[in-house]
Write a protein that binds this ligand. Structure first.
Ligand SMILES: [Zn+2]
Length: 197
């Protein structure tokens, strides 16, 4: 099937391909060869056959499906069993097997990205989204994040909303060489009303 120049109708067309990559969340990039046609008579250039849109869509779909498998593998390597995930999320059994087999919706992808980012959300789900469990997990996980900082013995916290702004600086020292009061954050009131230490 010949391709014709849309400007002059010539079939003297030079086709080149250029590799492109589109980033995919928690996955390898979608890779595709963009097709670029150039008329050798009038020098008009572009995607004469309109093939690129389909190529891009297909490459993204393939890469997203692969990212689902990658995310599930990562969760599995962190000791999260698929059966546990299905139970916690009240998904029908074999749902995850179907995801692995390529039956992936936009909602599947969104859900897995959230779980991949915050795997402990599964424990909250398993507790039927009990708010006290949710808040407890949030604080525990915040502690993990803080302790992974380069200088976990020196913690700076900042909080601001439209009414109050405060900063806290906490220094940890090895027990028992310091009085307990050193552990209490020093809170500076910057502006606003209502909160006194
Ligand atoms: Zn032309």
């Amino acid at each position: 099937m010949s391709t014709f120049c849309p400007a002059c109708g010539s079939d003297s067309i030079e086709t080149t391909k250029k590799k492109h990559m589109i980033p995919i969340v928690y996955g390898n990039p979608a890779v595709f060869d963009e097709v670029l046609e150039k008329c050798l008579v009038c020098e008009e250039s572009g995607d004469f056959t309109g093939a690129n849109d389909e190529l891009i869509d297909k490459a993204i779909e393939v890469a997203k499906k692969q990212s689902v498998i990658d995310m599930l593998d990562a969760l599995s390597q962190n000791g999260i069993k698929m059966a546990y995930m299905e139970r916690a999320l009240e998904l029908p059994t074999r749902t995850i097997a179907r995801w692995k087999g390529g039956e992936v919706s936009a909602a599947t992808l969104a859900l897995l990205r959230i779980i991949r980012t915050f795997p402990w959300i599964l424990e909250v789900a398993d507790a039927h989204f009990d708010l006290s469990v949710a808040n407890y997990r949030l604080v525990v996980e915040a502690g993990h994040v803080i302790l992974k900082q380069p200088h976990p013995d020196q913690i700076q916290m900042h909080f601001a909303n439209e009414k109050v702004k405060f900063s806290a600086h906490i220094t940890f020292k090895d027990y028992p060489s310091f009085p307990q009061s050193l552990m209490e954050p020093k809170i500076e009131r910057v502006l606003g009303t209502g909160v006194d230490k």
